[in-house]
Structures are given as C-alpha cells and as structure tokens.
Write a protein that binds this ligand. Structure first.
Ligand code: FEO
Length: 397
C-alpha cells in the first residue's frame, strides 16, 4: 500500500491488502484476498492500534513514520495476538525506541512467547483508560472473540471502537475503505464466511461482548479485517447479533457425498421435492467439490441442512465425515437437519450420519432416507417425507 486514509479525529487507517496468501490460517481459501487493518492515532501522545501480518507489511513502517511526521510513537496497543495482526509487533518494538506495548495479562504471555519481549509493557484491565490528548481511550476485555487475550479499544472522543477480528471480513479493500464507499454485496458472503469459520465457534462469547457494548455510543466500528463502518455501524452489529444467535434465513442447504452418482440423484430429487413444497432457497453442493469453508458459510446462512452420504468402507464418505466433525467443532445449532444416503453392500454412511445427528444440537426432522442400489421411483418414499417435513419446518413462522 502507498496510502493511508483519515478515519475521524486524529485516527488514520494504515492497513494493507494481502492478495498473495492462498489460505488463511493455512486452511481457509482466500479467493478474494484479505486486508489487515491497523490504525494510527497521531495525538499529543501517539498510539498504533494493532499491526499487520509481517509477510504483507511492505512499507508499513515508512507509512507510520510519514504520518508521525517527526513525533515519536508512544504506544502500541495490541487488541489481538494472532500473527495476522501481531506480525509487525517485534519490528515496531525494535524500530520505535521507547514505544510502550499496551495489552492485558494474557496478551503479554503471548508477546513473550512469540517475540521474547518482556519490558516496556503497560498492563491494562477491563475499563482502564488511556488519555492521549484529544482522544481518550478505554479498554474492554472481550475474551475469545477470537482468542483468550482479545480485547477492544474504545475512543470516547470520536466514539470509535477498534474491535479486532469482530465485525471483520475476508476480501481485500480494493479502493473503498468505508462502508459508504463500497458495494456491501461483495462483502456480505465473505463476512459471513469469515464469521462462521473463524469466530462462529465462540458465538456465546460474541453475545457476551455485544451485551457488554450495549449502550455504548458508536460512530465508527474499526475492525482488523474488511470495511470500516462509519455510515451504518448498526448494520454490522445487527448481522453479528443475528449470526451469533444462530438465526438463519429461510432456505435449505443439501450437501451430498456421492462416488458414482446414486446419492447425488437423491440430492436432486429431495431438492425438487423441497421446491414443490414451497421452499425457494435451495442450494445443493457436492462435498468433494465445494470447499468446506463455503459449506459452513451456507449452512450458517440457512435454517435447514440436509446431509447425504454414500457408504464408504462401511463408514460415511471421509469428506462428509470431515464436514460433520467441523460442524460439531463449530457448535452449529438452531437448525433443522435431514439425512439421506445410499449403499451397495451393507451400508454405513447413513448409520454414521445418524450418530452425528445424535451428537449434534440440530433438530432431526424425519427418519433418514436410505436407498439400496440405484434410486428409482419406487424407492423414493422416505425422500418425499423428508422433503415435506423439512419444508414444513422451514416455512413455519
Ligand atoms: Fe484476524 Fe484472530 O486474527
């Protein structure tokens, strides 16, 4: 990046875009890249809020120096230690002599473990304040959104909240930085994919953080990924509230694991029957083709999920097993569930999916639909019932 952007008051956005990294956390595809947002407050005292990933830093330090215009950097505030934000902590600590790192007791354990830094630390606790001159900051502990040490920094003066991963999104900032400068359609899918895959497991802690912030006047939400919200911060708060309560839209995702097409025929049949029963938002995905991060995103989006697996060595298909393990790991709940599958020897796919159903917090809507061999008209009765029951649940108010 070769530019910085004023946010409000004496606050500047100094983030970077990463279009080279292919997998976030070495797991989640970054088809549209990602931004790491960092903020610099150039006040009587100066403060940097979070840094960026080291491999994407580019001329980050030069940009800070340009904005400081000869002033020294007084504070580096660390809201979150995951290396996509703490990657430049050591470089900042070494480069800006005398800078004090601001964090909580859990932050500093990781600061030492990652970077060997044990001095020039200012430990803060929930509600502590830090005056900079014009701006006056308060620290709000929000553990597990997304790591145990995560906190937020609130500026009383301009009512800006620096939220770390919360309210973040995949996707680079391609010119537009603020919500009023972008087309949100581009970001909504990527924001939900980010939420459901990265933060969603801690939805109860997101709810706690939202409750803690309730009543705090907010003009600007400044997360560490994706757009900065200044025109309509309520929009992104409402989205996070909805997602962290596992509220979903009317629709059904069918994910199918099929080797030679028999189970896939069932998926198409169930999709058609759902539609005949009045459901319009129906998405059918092949678990072998669509990356699990997109599957989790769509499952988070819709009220209904129907999982189908062929039998594979008397088990469910391995990629479906991976999906079910991840759904349990993410603690997905408040959804309606259907199960189907086919087999050629002695089954196993549906049996294992039913074990997942019992372990999950999802509501099974009907008996599983299982077919021996190739599906045909005479074998589809349980698929009809599954589609009908699911549609009733999805369409009921
Ligand atoms: Fe964007 Fe949890 O790091």
């Amino acid at each position: 990046m070769h530019y910085s952007v004023p946010v409000k008051g004496k606050v500047h956005w100094i983030g970077v875009n990463d279009r080279r990294k292919r997998l976030f956390e070495n797991m989640w595809p970054l088809d549209r890249g990602v931004s790491y947002n960092s903020y610099l407050i150039v006040d009587e005292k100066t403060a940097l809020v979070d840094t960026v990933e080291d491999r994407a830093a580019g001329n980050y330090i030069e940009r800070i120096e340009k904005l400081l215009d000869g002033k020294k950097l007084d504070y580096l505030i660390i809201n979150h230690m995951e290396p996509d934000h703490s990657g430049e902590v050591k470089a900042i600590y070494d480069h800006f002599e005398g800078v004090t790192i601001v964090g909580n007791v859990k932050t500093f354990k990781i600061v030492e473990a990652y970077y060997g830094i044990t001095d020039r630390l200012l430990k803060v606790e929930d509600g502590d304040t830090l005056p900079l001159g014009y701006h006056n900051l308060k620290f709000v502990m929000t553990p597990w959104v997304h790591w145990p040490e995560t906190m937020m920094t609130y500026d009383f003066t301009e009512q800006i909240i620096f939220t770390g991963d919360a309210f973040g999104s995949f996707g680079t900032l391609d010119g537009g930085i603020f919500d009023d400068e972008i087309n949100f359609d581009f970001f909504e899918e990527e924001m939900r994919r980010y939420y459901s895959n990265i933060v969603g497991k801690y939805s109860n802690m997101v709810q706690k953080a939202l409750a803690k912030l309730n009543g705090t006047p907010v003009n600007v939400i400044a997360p560490t990924h994706g757009p900065v919200w200044r025109e309509n911060p309520k929009k992104v708060i409402d989205l996070y509230d909805m997602w962290s309560r596992y509220e979903a839209e009317e629709g059904v995702v069918i994910v199918v694991a099929s080797m030679y097409g028999n189970t896939e025929l069932m998926a198409d049949y169930i999709g058609r029957k759902l539609n005949e029963n009045g459901v319009k938002n129906i998405r059918i995905h092949d678990v072998s083709r669509t990356h699990i991060s997109h599957l989790i995103n769509e499952i988070w989006k819709y009220k209904g999920v129907i999982l189908g697996s062929c039998a594979y060595n008397s088990e469910m298909f391995p990629l479906m097993e991976n999906l079910t393990r991840e759904l349990n790991h993410m603690k997905v709940k408040n959804k309606y569930l259907g199960i189907f599958g086919s087999y050629s020897w002695n089954g196993g796919g549906v049996k294992k999916l039913m074990e997942f159903a019992e372990d999950s917090e999802l509501e099974l809507v009907a008996e599983p639909a299982e077919i021996y061999g190739k599906p045909s008209e005479s074998k589809y009765e349980k698929c009809d019932i599954l589609a009908q029951k699911m549609a009733e649940k999805i369409l009921s108010k």
